[in-house]
Design a protein around this ligand. Structure first.
Ligand code: NAP
Length: 478
C-alpha cells in the first residue's frame, strides 16, 4: 500500500476518512502516495482553527514571521531536487522544469520573509490643526487559498508566503490532482515552527473543501487561481458574502512575430511559450500571430522543430515535454485537435503516443492556416497546442492579438524599437514580453492579467500587499 498523507489542521496531522491515490501521469502504475480527502466538516475545523489563531499571528513580530518564512524558503531551496522530482512525478513537468519551479517557490518564501520586515506605513499632516494622521496596513484575517494543478508548488508558495508575511492565517486547498507538493510545503512550514492554526492544509475536492471555504462567514478573503468558470462562480459567491477576492484565471496568449524578427529567437520563443510544460501554463503562447513575409519560413522551421521535440516520461533525462496531466485534460486536447481539422487547419503533430509505461502522452500540435475567429483560436485549450495565424503587418497583428476575451500575457518578436514600444503600450495584457516567451516571469514583480484573465489585485512582489492587507487610517489629536 502507498504511504498515507494527512491534512494539517490546528497544528495536528489529521487522518482522513477517505484517501485518494496520487498517480504519476508519466506512468500510471506509479502511485506517488495516498492523500487524505477532507470532508466539509474538516474544512470547517481548519477555518475555525485559523480564526482562533488570527489574534496571535496578526500581533506576531515581523521578526517571527521573517524567521519562519526564511527557514521555509531555505529548506525548499536546499531540497529543490527532492521537491522538483515529486512535482515532476505528480504533475508531469520535466525534471528541470520541476526543480526550477521548486527553486522559485523557495525564492518566493525568502522574498516575502523580507517583505514581513519591510511593511511600513505613512505619517501625513492633517488638514486640521494639531491632528496627526497615520496610515497603516494590517492582515485581512482568515484567507482561503485555492490553487490549480499546473504549478503545484510555485502558485501555493506565492499565495501562502505573502498571506503569512502580512499577518493573515491560512486555509489552503490545493488541486485534488496534485496534493503531493502541497503536503510537502505543509510539512516544511510545520517543521519551521508555524504556530498551530496559523497555516492549515485541507486537501480534497473543490466541490467539498473549496465550497466550504467560499461559503464560510469565517473566511475573510479568497485567493483563487484556476479556470474561468470556477473563478466566476467563486467571485459571485464572494461578492454576495462581502469577501475580498483575487482571481487569476485563463489565457489565450498571443505571440506576435514580425517580418523583421530574428527567426531563431522567434522560433525559440514560440516553442518554449507554446509547448514547454506541455503547454499547460496560463501564460502559454497559444496564438502565434505571424506577418506574411516571415510566415512561411517561420512555419517551415517550427514544423521541423515540433517534430523533433522529445515527448517522454517527465523524469527521463532527455525529455523535453512530459505527459498531459490526466485523462480528462488529454481528452480535451484531442477534442480541440479534431475541431481544428474541422475548422480547416492543417494539423502538424497532435498524436497520441505510446511510451515504455502507460501515460498521457501527446505530441505537440501546431495548427496551421488558423484564423482568429476559429474556436481553437478563441477558447483556452490548456495543452501542447498552438494556432498559427497569418496577418498582413504590425497593425493587424496588434488588432488580432487584442481580439480575445483574455488578457494575461502577450509577446512580440521584432527588431523594431518602434513596434516593440507600441506593442508594450497598446497590448491589452497584464504582462508584455519583447523577444521573450510569453511564459516565464520573475518572482519579485507583479503577476496578473486583465479582461477575463484576472479579477482583483495583482499577485507577487510588493504588489501582493494590496490583497493580503487592509488599510487603516488613524487620527490623533496631539
Ligand atoms: P479549476 O478546475 O478551476 O480548479 C482550480 C481549483 O479550484 C482547484 O483546486 C479545484 O478543486 C477548485 N475548485 C473546483 N470547483 C470549486 C468550487 N466549486 N469551489 C471552490 N473551489 C473549486 O482549474 P484547474 O483545471 O485546476 O487549472 C487550470 C486552469 O487554471 C486554467 O484555466 C489555467 O489558465 C488556470 N491558471 C491560471 C493561472 C493564472 O495565474 N492566471 C495560473 C495557473 C493556472 P479540484 O482540485 O477538486 O478540481
Amino acid at each position: 500500500m502507498a504511504e498515507r498523507h494527512d491534512n494539517l489542521i490546528d497544528g495536528e496531522w489529521v487522518k482522513g476518512s477517505e484517501y485518494a491515490p496520487n498517480l504519476n501521469p508519466s506512468d500510471l502504475s506509479d502511485v506517488v502516495g495516498d492523500y487524505a480527502r477532507a470532508t466539509a466538516g474538516e474544512a470547517q475545523a481548519a477555518i475555525a482553527a485559523a480564526r482562533d489563531a488570527f489574534h496571535g499571528w496578526s500581533r506576531s513580530t515581523p521578526q517571527q514571521r521573517f524567521e519562519i518564512l526564511d527557514a521555509a524558503g531555505s529548506r525548499i531551496l536546499a531540497e529543490k531536487e527532492r521537491l522538483g522530482t515529486l512535482l515532476s512525478r505528480e504533475e508531469g513537468k520535466t525534471l528541470p522544469e520541476g526543480i526550477g519551479e521548486a527553486a522559485r517557490a523557495g525564492q518566493v518564501f525568502k522574498f516575502f520573509a523580507g517583505e514581513a520586515l519591510r511593511l511600513g506605513g505613512e505619517v501625513i499632516p492633517s488638514v486640521r490643526p494639531g491632528v496627526g494622521v497615520e496610515i497603516t496596513r494590517e492582515g485581512v484575517g482568515v484567507v482561503g487559498l485555492i490553487t490549480p494543478w499546473n504549478f503545484p508548488i510555485a502558485i501555493p508558495a506565492w499565495k501562502i508566503a505573502p498571506a503569512l508575511a502580512y499577518g493573515n492565517t491560512v486555509v489552503f486547498k490545493p488541486a485534488d490532482l496534485v496534493p503531493g507538493c502541497a503536503h510537502a510545503i505543509a510539512e516544511i512550514l510545520d517543521d519551521a515552527g508555524i504556530p498551530a492554526g496559523v497555516f492549515n492544509l485541507v486537501m480534497g475536492r473543490g466541490s467539498v473543501v473549496g465550497e466550504a471555504m467560499v461559503g464560510s462567514p469565517d473566511v475573510d478573503a479568497i485567493s483563487f487561481t484556476g479556470s474561468v468558470p470556477t473563478g466566476r462562480r467563486i467571485a459571485l459567491a464572494c461578492a454576495e458574502s462581502g469577501k475580498k477576492v483575487q482571481m487569476e484565471m485563463g489565457g489565450k496568449n498571443p505571440l506576435v512575430v514580425l517580418d523583421d524578427a530574428d527567426l531563431d529567437t522567434a522560433v525559440s520563443c514560440a516553442l518554449n511559450g507554446a509547448f514547454f510544460s506541455t503547454g499547460q501554463r496560463c501564460t502559454a503562447s497559444s496564438r502565434l500571430i505571424v506577418t506574411e513575409k516571415i510566415h512561411d519560413r517561420f512555419v517551415e522551421v517550427m514544423t521541423d522543430k515540433v517534430k523533433t521535440l522529445k515527448v517522454d516520461n517527465a523524469l527521463k533525462p532527455h525529455t523535453e515535454i512530459g505527459p498531459v496531466v490526466d485523462q480528462s485534460q488529454l481528452d480535451q486536447d484531442m477534442r480541440y485537435i479534431a475541431l481544428a481539422r474541422e475548422e480547416g487547419c492543417e494539423v502538424i503533430g497532435g498524436e497520441r503516443l505510446n511510451r515504455d509505461a502507460e501515460g498521457f502522452y501527446l505530441s505537440p500540435a501546431l495548427l496551421l492556416g488558423a484564423d482568429n475567429a476559429m474556436r481553437t483560436s478563441r477558447e483556452e485549450i490548456f495543452g501542447p497546442v498552438a494556432s498559427v495565424i497569418k496577418v498582413s503587418g504590425y497593425d493587424e497583428a496588434l488588432t488580432v492579438a487584442n481580439d480575445t476575451e483574455f488578457g494575461l500575457s502577450s509577446g512580440i518578436c521584432t527588431a523594431s524599437l518602434k513596434h516593440a514600444s507600441d506593442f508594450k503600450r497598446n497590448s491589452q495584457a497584464g504582462m508584455v514580453m519583447v523577444n521573450l516567451p510569453t511564459a516565464g516571469v520573475d518572482y519579485h514583480v507583479p503577476f496578473g492579467g486583465r479582461k477575463g484573465s484576472s479579477y482583483g489585485p495583482r499577485e507577487q512582489g510588493a504588489y501582493a500587499r494590496e490583497f493580503y492587507t487592509t488599510v487603516k487610517t488613524a487620527y490623533t489629536l496631539a
